[in-house]
Design a protein around this ligand. Structure first.
Ligand code: BES
Ligand code: MN
Ligand code: ZN
Length: 494
């Protein structure tokens, strides 16, 4: 069951909850906590006096106040109040959510103190808190036998505000929708490829569509062949599993659609250009773009913005076998351009090429693809930012702004003509790899060859889709990146 976040007006001293999470700015014990300090017979004051808590970023203190209110209080530091942003609050809430889950609290509450982040509008604050708690609480116990811990699941969280505020409620609704979308994405990303096959992801798309009343079409191998998606077929031909091509449509307006495209390679062995064994298991995450598009649709089902959105998800496995495509093969594409495959491990761009070409029929207002596309982006930007490229400066700026609002950072790389040279082929229209130099940009240039006739942006999430270690806000594993960014992008257009 996804964690549900609600809100209510209350005095925090009277909130009966296993855990009250309180984001607190740097400085002395704030006046808004004086009453809680009194009912806890000075426990908060002693905590400050001892220097155990000062409110610096990510600092926490767990207290047991006694009395009839909260059983436990978790103070979470956010640093300077006047520097605090929506991202600061989201982070504090995530730290709280993570703690609630590890404590085994079945429920928690978050105090929204108006003096804690004065620069953040109330609605934004509510949204961030509602996104943050389930983000931090997310984990994946499903495949442990017996279940790892007998602790009760963390299922309910209420945000506490001191006076009625319509904006606060609207923010909670947005945050819940986006939080649920992000949880869905992470739940797919984490699944191993023996479960999470192309048909499995397609079935998930059908399920989401049925629940929210979206239109969904799934093309099987024969339909993909009939449509002329030869590049997708080439990648898929080494696998015993059939490819799928998913088309989702949310029609909240009759305007030209925004098309979201997600790379759905359910496992990337590299194919005949096989990857080394070291960390190859991580390549189950190569469908993170697909999962992000599905999570965004899950959020859309609850947000219901007045937007027209189409999701395109090419799905396959990249396997070596007697039927696999081989280095040197020249393959066709949906657009008609020919591609010399110099490396079968550069497969993501091939399946995305056909999806980008397919998108033309909608005469879209914008197309944004996201993909765990290149190892080079991890070298360039690490795990901190996704790489952004595009053909339309207004669209690129809108994606950057959405990334800022979502605190899912993106950084633009140039698609200058000079780089086109690197994917010149002697015998075909282009080759699928330009080698090591500017690896993320040549991948982007390859995609650009197929993104004809509409404003297009590409986000390389190879470094941001998975956390390779535990952080204060999440367990090691999937991040659900792009769901918040896509949601902010679409909400900003309403
Ligand atoms: N899925 C990988 C990208 C990737 C690599 C993500 C490492 C995370 C970590 C992609 O399909 C790939 O294999 N890209 C190659 C391209 C190269 C052969 C031109 C890469 O980045 O090495
Ligand atoms: Mn690959
Ligand atoms: Zn890949």
């Amino acid at each position: 069951m996804p964690l549900v976040v609600t809100h209510r007006v209350a005095d925090i001293v009277a909130v009966k909850t296993p855990l009250l999470i309180i984001p607190v700015a740097k400085g002395a014990l704030p006046p808004s906590l004086a009453a809680l300090d009194r009912i806890s017979e000075g426990a908060l004051g002693r905590c400050w006096a001892a220097g155990d808590f000062t409110g610096v970023k990510d600092e926490t203190a767990l207290l047991y106040p006694g009395g009839n209110g909260p059983e436990r209080v978790l103070l979470v530091g956010i640093g300077d109040a006047d520097q605090a942003s929506a991202a600061t609050l989201r982070r504090a809430a995530a730290i709280g959510g993570k703690k609630a889950r590890s404590l085994g609290a079945p429920a928690a509450a978050v105090a929204y103190l108006r003096d804690v982040a004065p620069r953040v509008p109330t609605g934004r604050a509510a949204q961030s808190l509602a996104e943050g708690v389930p983000f931090g609480a997310w984990h994946f116990p499903d495949l442990k036998r017996p279940p790892e811990s007998p602790k009760p699941a963390f299922e309910r969280c209420e945000l506490i505000i001191d006076a009625a505020d319509a904006e606060f409620g609207a923010g909670v609704t947005r945050g819940n929708a986006i939080g649920a979308g992000q949880a869905l994405t992470r739940g797919l990303q984490v699944l191993p490829s023996n479960t999470c096959t192309p048909e499995f992801v397609a079935a998930r798309a059908r399920e989401i569509a049925a629940r929210h009343g979206f239109t969904v079409t799934v093309l099987d191998r024969a339909a993909i062949a009939k449509a002329g998606m030869q590049a997708l077929l080439a990648v898929a031909q080494g696998s015993a599993l059939e490819p799928r091509f998913v088309i989702l449509e949310y029609r909240g307006s009759t305007a030209a659609p925004v098309v979201l495209v997600g790379k759905g390679v359910t496992f990337d062995t590299g194919g005949i250009s096989i990857k080394p064994a070291q960390s190859m298991e991580d390549m189950k995450f190569d469908m993170s773009g697909a999962a992000a598009v599905l999570g965004t649709f899950e959020a859309l089902g609850a947000l219901k913005p007045n937007q027209h959105v189409i999701g395109l998800i090419p799905l396959c496995e990249n396997m070596p076998s007697g039927t696999a495509y081989k280095p040197g093969d020249v393959v066709g594409s949906h657009l008609g351009k020919t591609i010399e495959v110099v490396n079968t491990d550069a497969e993501g761009r091939l399946i995305l090429a056909d999806a980008l070409s397919w998108a033309r029929q909608y005469t879209p207002a914008a197309v944004i693809d996201c993909a765990t596309l290149t190892g080079a982006i991890v070298v360039g930007l690490g795990h901190t930012a996704s790489g952004l490229m595009g053909t339309d400066q207004a669209l690129v700026r809108a994606v950057l702004a959405a990334g800022e609002a979502a605190d899912e950072r993106v950084w633009e790389l140039p698609l200058w003509d000079d780089y086109r040279e690197l994917i010149k082929s002697d015998i075909a229209d282009m080759k699928n790899s330009g080698g090591r130099a500017a690896g993320s940009i040549t991948a982007g240039w390859f995609l650009k060859e197929f993104a004809e006739g509409y404003p297009w942006a590409h986000v390389d999430i190879a470094g941001t889709a998975y956390a390779d270690r535990e952080t204060p806000t999440q367990v090691k594993g999937p991040t659900g990146v792009m769901v918040r960014l896509f949601a902010e992008f679409l909400l900003a257009r309403t």
